[in-house]
Design a protein around this ligand. Structure first.
Ligand code: ARG
Length: 459
């Protein structure tokens, strides 16, 4: 069939070229936004007297009919259509006749596609934000249920200092709160209306861009028509925010994978979120967490593909930009799937506080506390650090831990040490006394928990 744009050319394109050029198989997911945008456009044309009221009403009714039929599944997308914009206009014109051909007055697909995408991303990123809030709430609940559990905190994946498990979990809540901030910030720049920019230069008709922007719930109108049709920063920003979110989920997944191993045994995942092996009967694998970790690379790929696609483009619109959609859709789908699985996986895991405590009892993770004890007795920190290190190597030599090292041995290294050293290096004390703001003491963790819940409530 000849194209709607047949004129200068015959519009009779090669079948393979048609296939290559067509975006309907992925931009069909923009049909609602496309139709809602067209309704606002028709209403504006009517209000401005560019079309008659009757024409505008007919277009709006016709568009509603197309939407209803697509929603109901009684109208199917035509896979041979060039894109969703052409498809809707074509169906409308088939149904309404000549008035259908008036819809595209004072508009171009360049501002139309930017509009559709912005409407879609605004909605999709709000949905992701809601899922993130759900995950943060789950983290806060699991932290609360395991408030007093002590685990070894790690640096370089070596046991470092004792911490509360709830403190560790809340670190992820902080990351996710920043992800929410980033999405909210990005939303401000998504919510800018490009419609009315037309192909690139604006239009000769007396349009009202503010009217359309208001109808579609935008917060602002793009101030330069060339920028309006060539800007895809909002896609990059969203992909950046989603990449960071995935990086956080991936680090969390990595920890869950480690923690569920026999080497750690800190937590077990519910059977509902693990898989078995086809050959090894004993296996219980953390596939969901591994997939979240794996899919992170794919979201980074979407970000890189979009950045690279844009870097050499002259202003204004270039067809390269059609590639933006598959990247953002893929990233949104991936993130949505990951969050859908991750939150219940976390809520249903079993925490093995005893195993964490046992791990915390080896590795000399109270050596800093021993040094701090000596500082309180008057030794400068660097000297105290040395004494504590010597005592650790003494323990390693004699196969004991600081808690069981005899007082004489302690005193042989420093006569500042007294019987009270045992209480000072007790794991409970180590945790309880880390009272600095944001530290691991129970009061501090309680404050962090309240802060996180407060942030969630603010929305
Ligand atoms: N399918 C196109 C896209 O996704 C729509 C815009 C086409 N504009 C054009 N001048 N060919 O970018």
């Amino acid at each position: 069939m000849a194209k709607l744009w047949a004129g200068r050319t015959s519009g009779m394109t090669d079948a393979a070229a048609d296939d290559f050029n067509s975006s309907i198989r992925f931009d069909c997911r923009l049909y609602r936004e496309d139709i809602v945008g067209s309704m606002a456009h028709a209403a504006m044309l009517g209000a401005q007297g560019i079309l008659t009221r009757a024409e505008a009403d007919a277009l709006i009714d016709g568009l509603q009919g197309v939407m209803d039929d697509l929603d109901a599944g009684t109208l199917a997308f035509d896979p041979s259509a060039e894109d969703i914009h052409m498809f809707v206009e074509q169906v409308l014109t088939e149904r309404l006749g000549d008035v259908g051909k008036k819809l595209h007055t004072a508009r171009s697909r360049n501002d139309q596609v930017a509009l559709d995408l912005r409407l879609h991303l605004r909605h999709a990123s709000d949905a992701i934000a809601e899922q993130i809030r759900g995950l943060i709430a789950a983290i806060a609940d699991v932290a609360e249920e395991n408030k007093t559990v002590i685990m070894p905190g790690y640096t370089h994946l070596q046991r470092a200092q004792p911490i509360l498990f709830s403190h560790h979990l809340l670190a992820y809540a902080m990351m996710l709160l920043r992800d929410l901030d980033r999405l909210a910030d990005c939303r401000r720049r998504i919510s800018v209306s490009p419609i009315g920019a037309c192909a690139l230069a604006g239009t000769t008709y007396d349009t009202d861009r503010q009217f359309e922007a208001r109808m579609l719930g935008f917060d602002a109108v793009a101030q330069n028509s060339i920028d309006a049709v060539s800007d895809r920063d909002f896609c990059v920003e969203l992909l950046g925010a989603l990449s960071l979110l995935m990086m956080h989920l991936s680090r969390f997944s990595e920890e869950l994978i480690l923690w569920t191993s026999w080497e750690f045994r800190f937590v077990s995942l519910s059977d509902a979120f693990t898989t078995g092996s086809s050959i090894m009967p004993q296996k219980k694998n953390s596939d969901m967490a591994e997939l979240v970790r794996g899919k992170t690379g794919r979201v980074y790929g979407d970000l890189m593909a979009t950045l690279t696609m844009l870097k050499g483009l002259p202003l204004a619109y270039d067809k390269d930009m059609q590639e933006d959609k598959e990247a953002v859709f893929d990233a949104l789908d991936t993130v949505k799937m990951c969050l859908t699985v991750f939150t219940p996986m976390l809520r249903t895991m079993t925490v093995h506080g005893d195993a964490m405590k046992r791990a915390a009892q080896t590795g000399f993770i109270n050596a800093t506390d021993l040094a701090d004890y000596l500082v309180r007795k008057g030794l400068p920190f660097r000297a105290a650090y040395k004494v504590s290190g010597k005592l650790v190597s003494e323990c390693i030599r004699s196969g004991c831990v600081l808690e069981t090292l005899p007082l004489e041995t302690y005193r042989a290294h420093s006569d500042l040490i007294g019987e009270d050293v045992y209480d000072a290096i007790d794991l409970q004390t180590c945790v309880k006394t880390r009272i600095s703001e944001g530290g691991t003491s129970p009061e501090s963790v309680e404050k962090q928990l309240a802060w996180v819940r407060g942030r969630l409530q603010k929305g």
